[in-house]
Each structure stands twice: as C-alpha cells, then as structure tokens.
Ligand binder design. Structure first.
Ligand code: NAI
Ligand code: MG
Length: 372
C-alpha cells in the first residue's frame, strides 16, 4: 500500500496540464502516493449542474491531502445558459466550488509563500521572501449577502444603524448588502497559525493587515485577536499596517516585511500583489489548510485561451506540490524539489512564455524532474 493517499483534482482549462506537470516531478521524487482523481469545475457543472459533486466531497474525506489544478467560473446568467439542456430551467445556481471546499472542510488557513527565486527575470526585486497567512472562511467571503435586500433586514438596519438610514426608503433593488463577518475564534486561530509558523521557521515579524481605523468592528476584532495571540510569542515581533498603506509600502520596501497576517479579503488582495513581485501567476501557489485536510493549488485560474496548448508555466503547480510535501512532513523531498525549481530558474535556458522563453509546460516539468 502507498504511504499517502492524495486527492487529485485537475479541474478544467489549464488545470489538467499543470497538474500533469506536477505529477511528473512527484513521480521522479519517488513520492509514495496513491492518487485518487475526482471531478470539480466547469465541465462538471455543465454536465451535472454541480461544480463540486457530493462524490468529490466524499472522496476528499478519505485522503491525506489534495492537489487542485484550476477551474473556470462564470457569472450566474452565463452559468445557467451553459448547462446541458436537460438541466436548464430547474433553478440550479452555480456556486464557486473553491469557496464551498474551503467552507465544507473548514480550510481556515490560506498559506501563500512568495519567494523570489534568484535570477527569475520576472522578479520585482531579488531576495523577496514573504509569507502570507490569509483567513480563509470568514470576513466578506462568508457568503452572507443580500440582493435584493429583504424588507425584514432593511427594517432591522433602520432600527440599529444610524449610518446610511433610512434603508427602507430605498427600493429593494437599489442597494445591496454583503456582510463582513469575523469571529474572535476565527481571528485567533489564523493568528496562532501565523505565529506558530514564524516561530518554527525563525521568521522575525508578523504584520497584521487591516483597516481598523475605519472598519472598526470587524477589523478591530481581528487586530485585537492577533495582539492577544502575539503575547504567547514574545520571540516573534508583531506589527500592523492598513491594507491600503501596506500595498504602497510593499512596493517601496518589500524587505521591511516578513509574514503578513490578514482577514480574507485583504489577504486575497495582498497575496496577488506579492505574487506579482515574485513572478506573477506562473509562480503563485497556495495551501488551503484545515485540521483534517489540506488542499494545495496554483493560485492562477483556468486560463482558457491557453488551454490544451502545453504552453503555460507549471512552476506554480509544482510549488503547490512542494507545499503539499512539506505539509505531509516530507521535508527532505520538499526541499529537493524547491532546489530543483530554483536551479532551473537560475540556469535560465528553460523558460516558458511568461518568463520570456519558448519552452513548453512539459519541457519545464522535465527540466525540473531531470535534476531530481
Ligand atoms: P487566469 O489566472 O486563468 O489567467 C489570466 C492570465 O494569466 C492568462 O490569460 C495568462 O496570460 C496568465 N496565466 C495564468 N496562469 C498562467 C500560468 N500558469 N503560466 C503563465 N501564464 C499564466 O485568470 P482569468 O483569465 O481572470 O480567469 C480565467 C478563469 O479562471 C475564469 O473563469 C476565472 O473565474 C477562473 N479562476 C479560477 C481560479 C482557480 O481555479 N483557483 C482562480 C482565478 C480565476
Ligand atoms: Mg485572488
């Protein structure tokens, strides 16, 4: 029997290509796993009216970790129109399988390391090495949204809120409400993950990203929770910055930051910024980590215009595989894989189009695998 069972979720678009590339290097490393493939994404939606079918959920309950490629998402109208004819008009609504996966398995940590590998022509600066801890289940992404706003809610808002009232004077389709929901427990557990990681990895500083001077209730709680947790980690510095300011300061001096801790939306924003500083979509990888399951993925989407062309950069997916190895405790393999990626980047002859070269997805995977 294989040592690990790994959920294998290629998705659609370039997802299958980049996961195939990740598999080449995992096999070459001698990673002892049984891969269990499962359906997720757009084709699933079109065929079955569900982008994250129950059988995939059941399968994910049986694995040690999972690797996920990418999926296509479209707005509600387009989603309905692309359903197979027999499923149309049944009131099926498209919901993002990624958000559902994060919520149904309580994958509350979104971990995004952003490291500039030496001599990558896409590096913003050499030597950038940032790590983002983004809260992954709460905040503006909690999914508590109203459009149209029910009368009942308008009445409550009129009664309880001095700002923006009277809500009931607005027609129900003239405004919308998305709730930013943050709990103390949710804020503390992500903070603890960030500080634990920093201590273990010898990181010097955690910067809490927020907007607590304006968004007082929720961001206030997030910041306060982080400060409370920080008391248990006197060996790690805590610092904080507003989301807008930190975007500016990160560009000005990325070396002033180390680990960034943020609620869901700000974490999403700041991780795209940081990913771009170390090479962009071909390099950004992330882990969605819970207590029972962790799902690793390149952060890019399905890039439909490159689908099936064997052209995109598989490094993001390969680094996601590296994160998975690390999380499973296969540190030696993870380190070897990262060194091989770094060596190919530094050597500079094998480069995909985004790096200014003409190498294919498969050639990049093979170049990395050949070092292994
Ligand atoms: P995208 O990330 O799929 O692609 C945007 C552009 O980035 C591509 O056209 C390509 O130029 C470049 N790119 C992406 N991955 C690359 C790689 N590995 N190597 C080199 N270049 C790469 O974002 P887009 O076009 O906004 O979205 C396409 C679809 O993907 C949409 O349906 C969107 O909803 C979905 N999406 C899915 C995500 C996921 O599965 N996690 C995340 C983001 C978007
Ligand atoms: Mg994003």
């Amino acid at each position: 029997m294989a040592r690990y069972t790994v959920g294998w979720l290629p998705g659609d678009g370039i997802g299958p290509e980049v996961l195939a590339a990740a598999r080449v290097v995992l096999d070459r490393l001698g990673f002892d796993a049984e891969y269990r493939e499962a359906d997720i994404g757009w084709e699933c939606w079109r065929r079955e009216g569900d982008a994250f079918p129950q059988r995939t959920i059941e399968l994910l309950k049986t694995v040690d970790a999972a690797l996920f490629g990418a999926i296509t998402s479209k707005p509600l109208g387009a989603a309905e129109a692309e359903l197979s004819p027999s499923l149309q008009g049944k009131g099926l609504t498209y919901r993002s399988p990624i958000v559902r996966m994060r919520q149904s398995f309580d994958l509350f940590v979104c971990l995004r390391p952003c490291r500039a590998y030496p001599a990558n022509p896409l590096n913003y600066r050499e030597g950038i090495d940032l790590v983002i801890f983004r809260e992954n289940t709460e905040d503006l992404y909690a999914g508590v949204e109203f459009r149209p706003v029910p009368e009942e809610l308008a009445g409550v808002l009129d009664r309880l809120s001095e700002n923006f009232a009277p809500f009931s004077a607005l027609a129900e389709d003239e405004y919308a409400v998305s709730c930013k929901l943050n709990t103390r427990a949710g804020s503390e557990r992500i903070a603890r993950e960030a500080f634990n990681f920093s201590r273990k990895r010898g990181r010097r500083k955690v910067t809490v990203v927020h907007k607590a001077n304006v968004v007082r209730a929720t961001d206030g709680m997030f910041l306060e929770s982080a400060r409370r947790v920080a008391e248990d980690y006197p060996d790690v510095m805590i610092d904080d910055a507003n989301i807008d300011a930190v975007c500016m300061w990160l560009l000005k001096d990325p070396f002033n930051y180390d680990v960034l801790l943020a609620p869901n939306l700000y974490g999403d924003i700041v991780s795209d910024l940081c990913a771009q500083m170390v090479g962009g979509l071909g390099f950004g990888c992330s882990g969605n980590i819970g207590r029972e399951l962790a799902v690793f993925e390149p952060t890019h989407g399905s890039a439909p215009k490159y689908s099936g062309m064997n052209k995109v950069n598989p490094i993001a997916a390969i680094l996601a595989a590296k994160m998975m190895l690390e999380w499973l405790g296969e540190v030696e393999k993870a380190t070897r894989l990262e060194e091989a990626v770094a060596a190919v980047i530094a050597e500079g002859t094998v480069r995909t189009y985004d790096m200014g070269g003409t190498s294919t997805t498969g050639e990049m995977a093979e170049a990395i695998a050949s070092i292994l």
